[in-house]
Write a protein that binds this ligand. Structure first.
Ligand code: NAD
Length: 377
């Protein structure tokens, strides 16, 4: 299937990414002689079926969506793996968006203390972000990704054909991560290609109706460039800091501290991940600006791009309900370090990490005014 191939080294694991037209042509190409279990959801089952060798490869089909990113789903996969007779040399293949690749990856990391993992990423968000870099996990206690493992897949396939069936809202969700990547990498070329992709994207998708259809317009408008560039940027950053112990990988969380708290306070699954991240990036611009880190020009340019794609950027967000709940979710963010909240804010053409003491009254009032929509630039 390969058109573009990347080879990354994440810690001790070599992880290859194949971006191409079609799915691997058969279960044999995908699994070789390994005993395998395919994991998908009911929306990606039609893709998974093409790999199952007429039922020879067992398949665990989960219901779709963020609310399924649970222990129960992991248990179902572990049970299916055992029932299928997977041993320590077994292979788990996740076929789906970020929810499936996160859960399947986590299950692979703990089944018999770790079995082989391959992923077929079928959403834009999965391709440009979730399937690359080895973070796996589930939501717990209402907190996004509270439990998980670093467990890079040995191979990740990105069949562009799968995007044709993707609902418009999911397209936009993925584009938010593309925008994020261009900002944190300070990649002007990518930024301007995202800007010029906007008209093609919105026109083509509205013409096609529910989803992108044959995608010819999107392809000629630069879709493949944006996916490849996002994969390359993320992969290189993770190579430098695979377990997020330094500063580099944390930059990929631009918009996520604000965004995850929004997803949690709105009720997991109500907003797409990208909708929450887009909103969170605008809040990160406001925070960076009030702290004198993000220049006004950069903040305005980012906000304008995000608004031009039609994301909801107002604060408080209409889905948030009550802001006290939002702040509880923010305080519970798992990215905090030694009691400090970690935010990534745009700075001088890219992004930087800042730590905020939760007890600092000045910061508390800044955050309050940002979330309540009282801060304007
Ligand atoms: N591990 C990471 O580094 C990382 C990074 C970013 C996001 N994530 C996680 O990814 C998740 C979001 O991923 P997502 O946006 O892909 O959501 P998702 O997996 O829920 O997919 C979105 C929807 O599209 C459906 N779908 C998937 N592929 C399809 C296809 N080809 N055609 C039609 N429908 C299809 C799914 O069934 C689902 O209903 C979140 O849980 C987030 O935390 C992880």
């Amino acid at each position: 299937m390969t058109k573009t191939e990347y080879r990354f080294t994440f810690g001790t694991t070599e992880s290859r990414v194949y971006i191409g037209e079609k799915l691997p042509s058969s279960g044999d190409e995908l699994c070789g002689t390994a005993k395998a279990l395919v994991v998908c959801d009911s929306n990606t089952e039609y893709l998974a079926r093409r790999l199952l060798k007429g039922g020879e490869i067992p398949c665990c089909i989960l219901p779709p969506g963020e609310p399924e990113k649970t222990w129960e789903s992991v248990e179902r996969i572990l049970g299916a793996a055992y029932a299928a007779g997977l041993g320590r040399d077994g292979l788990i293949v996740g076929v789906g968006g970020g929810v499936i690749t996160d859960i399947a990856g986590f299950a692979a990391s703990i089944y018999m203390r770790g079995v082989r993992l391959r992923l077929i990423s079928t959403t834009l968000l999965g391709m440009v972000d979730a399937a690359v870099g080895g973070k796996t996990g589930i939501d717990l206690l209402g907190i996004k990704n509270l439990t998980g493992a670093f467990y890079p897949a040995e191979a990740v396939y990105m069949p562009l054909e799968s995007l044709a069936a993707l609902p418009f809202r999911e397209w936009k969700s993925g584009l938010a991560e593309v925008i994020k990547t261009a900002i944190l990498a300070g990649d002007r070329e990518m930024f301007s290609r995202i800007r010029s992709f906007r008209d093609t994207c919105l026109t083509e998708i509205s013409r096609a109706g529910k989803n992108a259809g044959d995608m010819a317009g999107l392809r000629s408008g630069g879709l493949e460039y944006l996916i490849s560039r996002a994969v390359e940027i993320k992969g290189r950053i993770v190579e430098e800091d695979p377990r997020e112990t330094g500063e580099r990988r944390a930059l990929l969380n631009l918009g996520h501290t604000f965004g995850h708290a929004l997803e949690a306070s709105a009720g997991l699954g109500r907003l797409t991940h990208g909708e929450a991240v887009a909103w969170g990036i605008v809040r990160a611009c406001e925070l960076g600006h009030v702290l004198g880190i993000t220049a006004l020009e950069q903040a305005l340019e980012i906000r304008e791009l995000i608004q031009s794609y039609g994301y909801s950027t107002e604060a408080p967000h209409p889905a948030m309900g009550n802001t006290d709940e939002y702040f509880r979710a923010l305080e519970g963010d798992k990215k905090k370090k030694a009691g400090k909240l970690v935010f990534i804010v745009p700075s001088q053409g890219n992004a930087e990490k800042i730590l905020i003491d939760r007890e600092d009254l000045r910061f508390r009032s800044i955050l309050q005014s940002i979330i309540n929509g009282e801060y304007q630039f």
